[in-house]
Design a protein around this ligand. Structure first.
Ligand code: FAD
Length: 405
């Protein structure tokens, strides 16, 4: 039997593609290497599945062609995704611009998609890893588990290689390469950054709302704001995830990457306030004085880095040392030496080059009937629902094109 379309990978993009193609009365086979569908979706949004965001623009997506994804998101975006899930009986709720299933349970998303796949009689095989695919004449031959299936169209929806324990083990790159597609440099993104410095053992565990400025060879390359988490290995947290793509890209180009944290971004009158406090609180030690401003561990780390005795009376602090402390509060330097791996990353940056994929249909420019969707492509979104929106959008776009045939 020959299918209209075989879809490799039952993640967000693959399940959306299967539902869309089957809704167009196409005969669909969905192949998944894990024992269950949508395992990664279950881990998203801390188990709540942050599936999209109210704020959407071109800058939310990265890749060698950053403008590749956005026109398609405009075609099938937040409102379409909400309508899609509502048509499947699942309500979507919004919290501060972030969208989740109303149950606030990622399992509802997977269950809802699985119920529709069953209702549409989509053929599904789990624990089926596709190891090879080829096209001869007008037919795709898809191999795995000592079996071979045939189809008129093939959608690669295998994801990248972030968190391989959830299924996406990078095998999609090989499948795409076998069809002569180029893969751009791939690396972990939305991930913590490793730093060097004795202070790290003192600051580990601190969470501090900061302005984050990233410099590569002294040139400002990215800025963010939010709660930075200090860890034993370096820095993490949402603002660090957001800039991680740019920092890691620079590191991979052998650039010197430094991050400067303004640890008190809300305090625009820091110097003036310090002067006022100095008059009324000159009975304190330096450490006690600045603990009124900042987390104790950060104060200790700053004084240690500046080699200023924490127990010194603040009244005896020289003007020069006072200014050095204030400067470090506003420009806390973190020298970035590395980054965490795929096992801790939320997405893979890089992937199948979008230069060889038709924008608007996601069909290969190299081979008719071949489509590449989701994280497997050189498209990665920022934190906040952008990657799932892209996965759903791209699955929908590719399968709609097949549906029109
Ligand atoms: C911990 C974590 C939290 C996240 N939170 C969010 C969030 O809240 N919001 C958000 O937008 N994004 C989030 N993301 C990112 C988002 O989950 C992914 O970008 C998105 O799921 C990618 O969808 P996909 O369909 O392209 O790939 P995947 O979801 O990775 O699915 C690919 C599927 O293909 C299967 N597969 C791979 N190779 C083969 C093969 N050879 N044969 C058969 N099957 C194969 C895999 O087993 C997998 O099931 C998070 C990611 C992680 C890891």
């Amino acid at each position: 039997m020959k299918y209209d379309v075989i879809i490799v990978g039952a993640g967000a993009s693959g399940m959306m593609a299967a539902i869309t193609a089957a809704s167009h009365h196409k005969k669909v086979l969905l192949l998944e290497r894990m024992d269950k569908l949508g395992k990664k979706i279950l881990a998203t949004g801390n188990g709540r599945c942050n599936l999209s965001n109210a704020y959407m623009d071109e800058n939310c997506y990265r890749g060698q062609r950053p403008s590749f994804a956005y026109p398609m998101i405009e075609e099938f975006g937040l409102e379409d995704l909400i309508q899609f899930f509502e048509s499947l009986g699942m309500l979507v709720t919004e919290q501060n611009g972030y969208y989740y299933p109303a149950s606030l349970q990622a399992t509802t998303v997977v269950d809802t998609l699985a119920q529709k796949l069953k209702h549409l009689h989509v053929d599904i095989l789990t624990e089926f890893e596709v190891t090879k695919a080829e096209k001869r004449k007008s037919t795709f031959y898809v191999y795995g588990n000592d079996k071979c299936f045939q189809s008129s169209n093939l959608i690669l929806a295998t994801g990248g290689c972030a968190q391989p324990n959830l299924g996406s083990n990078g095998s999609g790159y090989k499948l795409a390469k076998d069809f002569h597609h180029k893969i751009t440099d791939t690396f972990p993104s939305l991930v913590g950054l490793e730093a060097e410095g004795k202070y790290l053992k003192d600051t580990s565990g601190v969470r501090n709302v900061s302005n984050v400025s990233v410099y590569a060879n002294n040139e400002l390359i990215a800025k963010e704001h939010g709660e930075v988490q200090f860890t034993k290995y370096g820095i993490s947290g949402i603002p660090i995830f957001q800039i991680s793509h740019f920092a890691i890209e620079a590191l991979r180009r052998k650039k010197k990457v430094k991050i400067y944290l303004n640890l008190m971004p809300q305090m625009v009158t820091l110097e003036e306030t310090t002067e006022v406090f100095l008059k009324s609180c000159n009975y304190k030690t330096v450490e006690e004085f600045f603990q009124g401003f900042l987390n104790k561990k950060l104060v200790y780390a700053i004084l240690l880095r500046l080699k200023i005795d924490p127990r010194k009376p603040v009244a005896q602090l020289s003007r020069k040392d006072l200014n050095r402390i204030l400067d470090m509060i506003q420009h806390f330097e973190v020298e970035i030496k590395g980054y965490k791996g795929y096992d801790m990353a939320q997405v893979t940056a890089g992937g199948v080059s979008t230069k060889e994929i038709i924008q608007g249909t996601l069909e290969s420019k190299l081979l008719e009937g071949l489509y590449v969707v989701g994280e497997l492509l050189d498209v990665d979104g920022t934190c906040g629902g952008y990657n799932l929106q892209w996965a759903f959008t791209s699955g929908y776009i590719a399968a709609s094109q097949i549906g029109r045939q």
